[in-house]
Design a protein around this ligand. Structure first.
Ligand SMILES: [Mg+2]
Length: 417
């Protein structure tokens, strides 16, 4: 059943239409238009690094198209693609304005209240693409349909700059390079792989020295954001936080696995560092537990795996009375995922800062019609209808992820220390 709505009519034969971009018509709200999604097309893109990008394009019977992006992880992207294709079959024939209903029935009827990260990632991509179409149909950026902007530009922090660093000096040198590009906030994980809970004294000392080197190199005016990636046990997280406080980090991200919410709340009570969690939480029930246990100062849900644009906005609204700020995670491309992040960040009063992967910028610019520009650690709000970004399908095809590819190396027991 297609949705019926009062919307503008795209005069495709005219010259300056805000929708078809050809040139001369204005939205005509005098006619009922029935839009229907007719096709769902995924694109899995090889970034050349450890992570792929998964985009989706929705076509409609009126010619409008919408773009969305799903969060991916290495070696799990094929499963996410399959999930996106499977779920997309249920979107064909529906109207792009029935966003909340689609999200609800995917959770209730499709997933039968048994979601996994792949479910949330696929839903997020489809949801974003529906908003893109809705915005284009109304001739408005998405944030104008979500309460309007609370700010004109969005502050971003740099991530992805430290991946090849090993020694404290290497971290310091690369941090200075990022600051020289205008970033006023930068995030890094001072710990080393592999993931384990009890990391040992040598690893702990090295992490502290890496943070010390970066702080001394960039000075006191640059914010440094400490990423822990759920590595630590609560007692380690508390002890290390105490050692890091002298460097005045902007935040302490995921010191422990948030599945141990009581443990995370204990860490928060015993450090003055602002504690972040959220990128590994997906449902409103999980975020409600963060509030109830006062387990975090800042949430970092990801618009590409929390259920999409409206889901992220609703999480942000729920956080307001708990004095919890929102810093959207964005380990996605610098195109559609970033566009969706910007749209939500624009219209939430408790927004703090969001993530920008500097190592993704080059390919992101190649696949996008008009990439977002970072200036002085900020991105101006897009003003185009919809998400404010279009992708170049020929570029997506050029960088298509091969079906056959080597899995990454996962440690064996005899490699354990
Ligand atoms: Mg993180």
């Amino acid at each position: 059943m297609p949705a019926t709505f009062l919307g503008p009519v795209c005069h495709r034969s005219s010259a300056d239409c805000v929708l078809c971009r050809k040139a001369a018509c204005r939205p005509n709200f005098s006619r009922l238009v029935v839009l229907q999604i007719t096709q769902v097309t995924p694109f899995l893109v090889d970034t050349g690094g450890s992570k792929s990008w998964l985009f989706v394009k929705l076509d409609t019977d009126e010619g409008l198209v919408g773009w969305g992006e799903a969060y991916t992880q290495q070696d799990r992207d094929a499963a996410m693609l399959a999930h996106l294709v499977e779920m997309g079959r249920h979107l064909v024939g529906r109207g792009p304005f029935a966003i909340k209903h689609f999200s609800s029935v995917m959770y209730l009827d499709y997933a039968l209240r048994r979601p996994a990260m792949e479910f949330w990632s696929a839903l997020s991509a489809l949801e974003q693409a529906m908003w893109d179409i809705a915005g284009k149909a109304c001739g408005q950026p998405v944030y104008n349909l979500l309460g309007g902007p609370c700010r004109a530009r969005i502050r971003v922090y740099a991530n992805g700059w430290s991946e090849q660093s090993r020694t404290p000096d290497q971290y310091a040198q690369r941090a200075c390079e990022v600051v020289a590009r205008g970033f006023t906030a930068l995030k890094f994980d001072p710990f080393s792989n592999p993931w384990r809970t009890h990391i040992g004294r040598a690893e702990e000392d090295l992490a502290v020295e890496r943070v010390r080197a970066v702080r001394e190199a960039v000075g006191s005016s640059v914010e440094i954001l400490i990423e822990v990636h759920r590595r630590l046990a609560p007692n380690e997280a508390i002890r290390i936080a105490g050692r890091l406080e002298q460097f005045q980090p902007f935040w302490y991200e995921e010191p422990i696995d948030p599945e141990d919410m009581a443990g995370l709340a204990e860490v928060r009570r015993r450090t003055s560092l602002p504690v972040v969690t959220g990128e590994a939480l997906y449902s409103k029930a999980q975020f409600a537990q963060v509030f109830a246990q006062r387990a975090a100062d800042i949430l970092n849900p990801d618009v590409c795996n929390c259920g999409g644009i409206l889901a992220l906005k609703e999480i942000a609204s729920a956080a307001e009375p708990w004095h919890v700020a929102i810093a959207p995670h964005n380990y996605n491309s610098t195109s559609v995922g970033l566009a969706s992040t910007l749209q939500v960040s624009a219209c939430i009063p408790n927004f703090l800062i969001t993530e920008y992967f500097v190592n993704f910028a080059s390919l992101g610019s190649e696949i996008a019609s008009r990439p977002f520009e970072v200036k002085d650690s900020h991105i101006e709000l897009p003003t185009e209808p919809g998400l404010g970004i279009e992708l170049d399908e020929s570029a997506l095809q050029r960088h298509k992820l091969p079906a056959e590819r080597r899995p990454r190396h996962i440690r064996t027991y005899d490699e354990e220390q």
